[in-house]
Design a binder for this molecule. Sequence first.
Ligand code: CAO
Length: 542
Amino acid sequence: MAIETVKVPDIGGSDNVDVIEISVAVGDTVAVEDALIVLETDKASMDVPSTLAGKVVAIKVSEGDKVSEGDAIVEIEVEGEAASADKDEPASEEQPAAPAKEEAAAPASSGSQVEDIPVPDIGDADEVDVIEVSVAEGDEVAEGDTLIVLETDKASMDIPAPKAGKIVAMKIKEGDKVATGSIICQMQTEGGEAAPAPASTPAPAKAESSEAEAAPETTKAPKTQAGSPVTAASVTPTNDGSIYAGPAVRKLARQLGVDLDRLEGTGPRGRLVKDDVRHYVKHIVAASQSGQGAAGGSGIPPIPPVDFAKFGEIDTVKMSKVKKITADNMTRSWLNVPRITQFDDADITEMEEFRNRLKPEAEKRGTKLTPLPFLVKAAAAALIAEPSFNVSVHHDGEHLVHKKYVHIGVAVDTPNGLMVPVVRDADKKGLWELTEDINALVKKARDGKLSAADMQGACFTISSLGAMGGNGFTPMVNAPEAAILGVSRAQIKPVWNGSEFIPRNMLPLSLSYDHRAVNGADAGRFFTYLNQVIGDIRRLLL
Ligand code: CAO
């Protein structure tokens, strides 16, 4: 057993390269070529593979560190003596310089001139795909601007302009295959020498000695500690390989905190380009500012602005705070809650006869008795009878919260907007107490006097539009509650009793529920029970 250190290999002369990912943990067993860390330069990201097989006993770098060639990455406990025979040999002496191609950059002279811009040293790969041409004839480019993007089996790399100038002729096109030294384009430059810039780090060119030497002849492929070149073949995309994006795009995404997994590439063959990242961020920001599609960075495109005044006279009125909060809540519910709505008519003929008989008593009590307290009472009874409905999806998305209390929200239309105060312990209260509670809450809501506590803790909501009319609607679940009952206008309808049609007072109900929390069978049982109770309120005594 021996403890050996794996160091940062030759990374093409780049110093202080960002460590963007640690791919192993202490205790991991790694094989030769397993990725240890991921480095990222301006132009490329690359895995640094292990040169040793064994157990990781110490990690010498952290995410966010900057490293250079020779810095220790990990310590590995290896079997027997040195696992890597040539581990101590200086990497820079291992690899012969990459041969210069005949068509490499023409020597430059001072003044304005046209220069051939070659592909810099990209290692030994000689049939590398050009997957993107980022410039066109006539473009002015700055030093470092991407000219083309190359891609091997394992990596993509931007090839930057070695200096500023104007593209006078493109010599390659998308789909071509190139090698080190292939001419990319001709550029008109001002003075100086045309030294090809390093390619992206997967196989960067590295100036061997003085600036006076022509770069292609003096570059060499970077190597691992064990001496194998860090060519494209040992470089993999930083994520799971299913993301088709170049290093510059990856870097931009990382800077903006964008998860590339969520994006669809619009580049050739679905490749992600910088504009995809920018558009994504733009949409998220616009959506969150307009209150649309903001949930969880969903990337839902916002509704484009419209100048309504173009079509006629308008007034633009600021939304009340309540309306804005409602808008956020509705959007949140719409985007987060997979909702099902089920419809049925409850026969309230008997219930209404009973309510009408109670009206004089209600008057004596100084209150008004509408169908709503009956519905609250019936819903409370149904939640007790079918506890699978009295739940919420836990915010961790992995648990269901089963509630042992029964608080019911009542949607109230107020001058300020929709508010939902909560009737506490509805299952424990009689009809008169419920009536008083509801009336008090409705008054408080319309007087703008509800406290935050008055509107919290509901298990289930009832939204009654019965007084306004309508045959049915699909109420929005008031998350994190699991369900809501929509009540529409009761009507006398002909109902078949088996031998004849008889007139019955039918109340259209719509039950929306969070399908993550409640399955259809539970919903069916709950709704049937609720309708039975409403149809025969004597059942509330059972
Ligand atoms: N069918 C027929 N008539 C109905 C009815 C129904 N489903 N529900 C109520 N009515 C009747 C009442 O009985 C009352 O008539 P009477 O005075 O003759 O008895 C009349 O309509 C007015 O009732 P109301 O609206 O004053 O009282 P309510 O208890 O039915 O409703 C409240 C109270 C606060 C729920 C209601 O006023 C309200 O604000 N509803 C709006 C809810 C809402 O905006 N929801 C959002 C929908 S979209 O998410």
